[in-house]
Write a protein that binds this ligand. Structure first.
Ligand SMILES: Nc1ncnc2c1ncn2[C@@H]1O[C@H](COP(=O)(O)OP(=O)(O)O)[C@@H](O)[C@H]1O
Ligand SMILES: CC(C)(COP(=O)(O)O)[C@@H](O)C(=O)NCCC(=O)O
Length: 484
């Protein structure tokens, strides 16, 4: 094939030979993929080669069949592979502009797309195989990427979008989609309050209009997509142990979704598009970061979280034992180590304000807010008789102590009847929902049992390391409560 790359003018025999090669390569790729699945012991879950979800009409669509997380089980905000994606979707980008963070989801074609592929595309087009706006040959996969920026640094986010030309369908979209109308991507989907607040700025900087989607609709759509379509998305986290949970699609609803962003929304989800926001609290992620910054002078959220890992909250929090002379208050099920009053010990007359360590303050604050949210969540689950509570939002930050505290509160108050679960794409529910809203991507058509996970099945589910004092012996405390 020497010289082909340099010489775009091909003879008909070259074109036919190219065409044959293309088909052979496609077949080989399919086989290789099937083999890879077999190697993971997941052959039974893979659909027959070439099968994909039902698609109607001739508009390019997102193909979620075989959608899977890329990377190992501990990766943060992992990329989602779409191995069967064959259409080059123009809806490349969606935004969730929240009170604290901007979340981006964007689609890219498979990285291996190369000049070779461009050559094959030309061949197809010359042969007249191209089918209007729909290609009739696979582009062999794509990816969903997840990126976030701080909302107050929105200009950095816009620079990023511009540098990758995401608002115009990606950096190489013009060579790829020569037939796409120039204004096709001039509207991008956006949700969150910032979709209203920053609409003018975005129009000014990128020349695009935001098509605004309701934040709650998007949160629910994003959560349902992840819970139905992505294996190893949801997990429990107790005493430092992370365990993935496989959710039977038929038993998913109803569930409680608690999104801990700047503030907290509590949503009862009954189905796709069927939900009710049943509660909320203004004591959320913004409270931890805002109050934490005031009290510790930390420069970043992560610095505040790191501080908490070296903290001991017992110097700040008033424990039951502090009040009861070191004893449990067993009659009402409280051990001596239970926090009786968050920050209650910071009133000591023997200490100056400077004597309270930022590390301890950060941990007290983290425990107070996480525990409180866990408790409110449990009460709402109880209100509606729900057993499963999924937590999303970037307050969680994949942080082991935060998740353990929330789980502890749910477990303790429900006496083990309700379960807290977390999502690997915790903070991207809204942006995913906005992305999905470009089209009805046919979630109902998805044969979820056919979806496969790409990281090795044998990956250890170790969970994050716990820093800080133990939360307490849950079994001991719970049994005490039951005795009352
Ligand atoms: N880098 C960060 N900067 C600011 N807040 C962060 C960061 N990482 C995690 N957080 C936490 O995430 C919260 C925002 O979560 P998010 O789900 O993005 O909500 P929102 O939509 O309100 O921005 C913050 O209030 C803070 O607690
Ligand atoms: C107003 C919000 C929906 C905005 O979402 P966010 O940017 O915090 O993710 C949220 O902050 C919230 O639900 N606050 C709690 C308000 C309340 O119920 O008291």
């Amino acid at each position: 094939m020497a010289g082909l790359r340099d010489d775009p003018v091909l003879g008909i025999n070259d074109i036919k030979r190219e065409e044959k090669e293309l088909d052979t390569e496609t077949e080989a790729n399919t086989k290789a993929e099937d083999k890879a699945h077999q190697g993971q012991g997941e052959r039974d879950m893979a659909p027959p080669a070439g099968s994909s979800i039902h698609r109607s009409g001739s508009r390019p669509q997102l193909d979620l069949s075989k959608a899977a997380i890329q990377g190992n089980s501990e990766d943060r905000d992992p990329t989602i592979l779409l191995p069967n994606q064959s259409d080059d979707i123009s809806s490349h980008l969606a935004l969730d502009i929240g009170g604290s963070l901007i979340k981006l989801v964007y689609f890219s074609r498979h990285e291996n797309y190369s000049i070779d592929d461009e050559r094959k595309k030309n061949v197809k087009e010359r042969l007249g195989i191209s089918n209007g706006n729909r290609r009739s040959y696979p582009i062999l996969g794509g990816r969903l990427h997840f990126v976030k920026f701080e909302t107050h640094k929105i200009n950095e986010c816009l620079d990023f979008i511009y540098s990758k030309q995401l608002h115009r369908g990606g950096i190489d979209s013009h060579s790829w989609l020569p037939y796409a109308p120039a204004n096709e991507t001039s509207v991008i989907k956006a949700t969150g309050g910032g979709a209203y607040k920053y609409a003018d700025l975005i129009k000014q900087r990128l020349g695009v209009t935001l098509d605004k989607e309701d934040e709650m609709d998007c949160l629910v759509a994003g959560a349902n997509f992840l819970l139905k379509a992505i294996r190893h998305e949801a997990f429990t986290h107790m005493e430092g142990q992370k365990k993935f949970v496989q959710i039977d699609q038929n038993e998913l609803f109803p569930y409680l979704l608690v999104n801990i962003g700047s503030g907290v929304s509590v949503i009862k989800v009954d189905g796709d598009g069927k939900f009710q926001r049943v509660s909320g609290t203004n004591v959320g992620g913004g409270t931890y970061w805002g109050l934490g910054r005031l009290l510790t002078k930390c420069k970043s959220f992560d610095e505040l979280l790191e501080l908490s890992q070296r903290g001991d909250n017992r110097t700040i929090d008033m424990l039951v034992g502090d009040i009861y002379g070191g004893m449990d208050y067993s009659k009402i099920g409280l051990s001596a180590s239970t926090i009786a009053s968050s920050f209650g010990k910071a009133i000591s007359e023997n200490k100056e304000l400077e004597d309270y360590r930022p590390e301890d303050i950060s941990l007290s604050l983290l425990r107070m807010i996480s525990y409180n949210i866990g408790q409110i969540s449990y009460l709402n689950a109880l209100r509606f008789g729900l057993k499963r509570i999924f937590f999303g939002g970037f307050f969680i930050r994949g942080h082991a102590y935060t998740m353990d505290t929330i789980s502890f509160a749910v477990q303790f108050w429900s006496q083990g009847q309700a379960q807290a679960m977390f999502l690997r794409h915790e903070g991207f529910l809204g942006s995913l929902g906005a992305f999905m809203s470009y089209e009805k991507h046919g979630l109902d058509d998805l044969m979820v049992h056919q979806l496969v996970e790409r990281f090795p099945m044998g990956a250890p589910y170790t969970g994050g390391k716990i820093h800080g004092p133990p939360l307490g012996d849950l079994n001991e405390k719970a049994s005490k409560v039951r005795k009352i």
